[in-house]
Design a protein around this ligand. Structure first.
Ligand code: CMC
Length: 433
């Protein structure tokens, strides 16, 4: 772009344009900032609004999750996530996110049984894995495998039928753990382990991941509880990049398996769900407490990024990180593990939080900072970390997708742009170029 071009694109008029005769409606939510309804802005002014990265733009109404980034608060359907993580099981929270209220005992049982009735995959699905290299990243298998579910379950693809929609969502919640465990087993060359429906959701996932037919396997209740808590903390996070991807794909009428596969692709990136894997690799690269000072200096000089720190919405401690920081000591102690990376992480956090660079920018640990150390203590390989996130977030994605389909304001998502390419010019034939 030429300097002249830049000059031309300097803002000319200001927000006065928003002061149209009768103004634009301001819509009030239950909590959080109000929004200016600019749906008629283009019609009224002939202009678009410009907000790359959605810094000030609400893309939908939602009654599911609320974040107060300044206070460091996260609510699922009005309940503080910290209380849910300390007191609930993951399937109760899944019910809450999907249906709006915490279930009583019998509703909770019925819901768990419904999910369990979908844990098996079509037997032909096994063949799918052999097309992958053994060293394929498991997230690559997740993107492909979950999208491929639409080729197997034709009886739940009618988006206009509420029963189909719900059945697809149950299938996604139930089958993603099975696909995840199979992706792992494939990578290490062990036989696939089938689901066991006498187990709860998380214990079943643990046995599919870590047991094998040659030996008896006992599920460690400490591990099951810790993992359940991690799943609760990752279950939903309002309109983040992957959820917005699910909604955008869903707004076209695409089937939910395809939409969730799109969400998994967005989650994979290191700025989003891929950060938990990146944190572990970063802690290993720092090479002990001695390396921390140098690393922090590199971050301040923008030569490195402190993974597991910072958030678009939280300008305070991420409440999920707070719970995990508490649990990590307890879990490692209970499992009898001493991990030098925990010491590196704690010292890194302490040092970073004292530095002006982080204070001025309000950068605090996020959910990914401590989760990897807990997963590592459970012998979960680093490449599977984002898959665990994906499994938990599936619940949020399907809840948001269901909400979107029922929203009378839902239209195909179609952002506009500020075009900065060449104006129309005459075509030049090949020999004249
Ligand atoms: N390390 C160093 N500097 C940072 C970091 C970080 N982790 N995060 C933000 N900054 C700096 C950034 O360079 C910028 O500085 P300056 O004002 O000098 O240009 C300032 O802080 C504002 O950051 P930003 O990039 O404008 O913030 P954003 O809202 O666009 O990005 C983020 C948010 C999460 C992508 C970013 O903080 C980041 O990359 N963090 C590391 C990756 C990570 O942990 N991601 C997981 C997020 S939580 C789980 C999830 O949502 O999946």
């Amino acid at each position: 772009m030429t300097e002249n071009n830049c000059e031309e694109r300097k803002p000319k008029k200001s927000i006065e344009l928003l002061q149209k005769e009768n103004g634009f409606d301001v819509l009030e939510g239950t909590l959080g900032p109000s929004v200016v309804d600019i749906r008629s802005f283009y019609k009224e002014t002939g202009m678009f609004t410009y907000d790359p990265g959605f810094l000030s733009t609400a893309s939908c109404e939602s009654a599911i999750t609320f974040i107060d980034g300044d206070e460091g608060k996260l609510l699922y359907r009005g309940y503080d996530v910290k209380e849910l993580a300390r007191n609930c099981r993951f399937m109760e929270v899944a019910y809450l996110l999907l249906f709006g209220d915490l279930p009583n005992n019998s509703k909770s049982q019925d819901f768990s049984n419904e999910i369990k009735s979908h844990t098996l995959l079509h037997e032909q699905f096994r063949n799918f894995f052999s097309g992958f290299r053994r060293d394929a990243h498991p997230m690559a298998i997740m993107v492909a495998g979950v999208g491929a579910l639409s080729a197997f379950y034709h009886d739940s693809l009618d988006m206009n039928n509420p029963e189909h929609r719900l059945r697809s969502c149950y299938r996604l919640i139930a089958k993603i753990p099975t696909i995840s465990a199979m992706a792992y087993k494939y990578s290490i060359g062990q036989p696939f382990v089938y689901p066991k429906n006498n187990l709860d959701y998380t214990s079943n996932f643990i046995q599919m991941m870590f047991s094998h037919p040659a030996e008896q396997y006992e599920i460690d209740p400490i591990m099951a509880r810790a993992l359940d808590q991690i799943f609760i903390l990752h279950a939903d996070h309002e309109q983040n990049a992957s959820t917005s991807t699910v909604r955008l794909a869903g707004s076209t009428g695409a089937n939910p398996f395809a939409c969730i596969s799109a969400g998994i692709s967005a989650l994979w990136g290191p700025s989003h769900g891929g950060a938990n894997e990146a944190v572990l690799r970063m802690l290993q690269k720092i090479e002990g407490k001695e390396g921390i000072r140098t690393f922090v200096d590199k971050v301040k000089n923008k030569k490195e990024r402190l993974m597991g720190f910072g958030h678009r919405v939280y300008k305070n401690y991420d409440p999920r990180a707070e719970v995990l920081k508490e649990s990590v000591h307890e879990i490692l102690a209970k499992l009898g593990i001493e991990d030098p990376l925990l010491e590196v992480a704690m010292e890194l956090e302490r040092l970073a939080l004292e530095e002006d660079y982080f204070i001025e920018r309000k950068l605090y640990p996020n959910v990914d900072f401590y989760s990897g150390i807990i997963l590592r203590a459970m012998n979960v390989p680093t490449s599977m970390f984002t898959v665990f996130f994906c499994l938990a977030r599936t619940v949020g994605w399907v809840a948001q997708w269901l909400e979107m389909i029922d929203d009378p304001d839902m239209r195909i998502g179609r952002p506009r742009q500020l075009y900065i390419g060449p104006a129309e010019r005459p075509f030049i034939k090949m020999n004249d170029r």
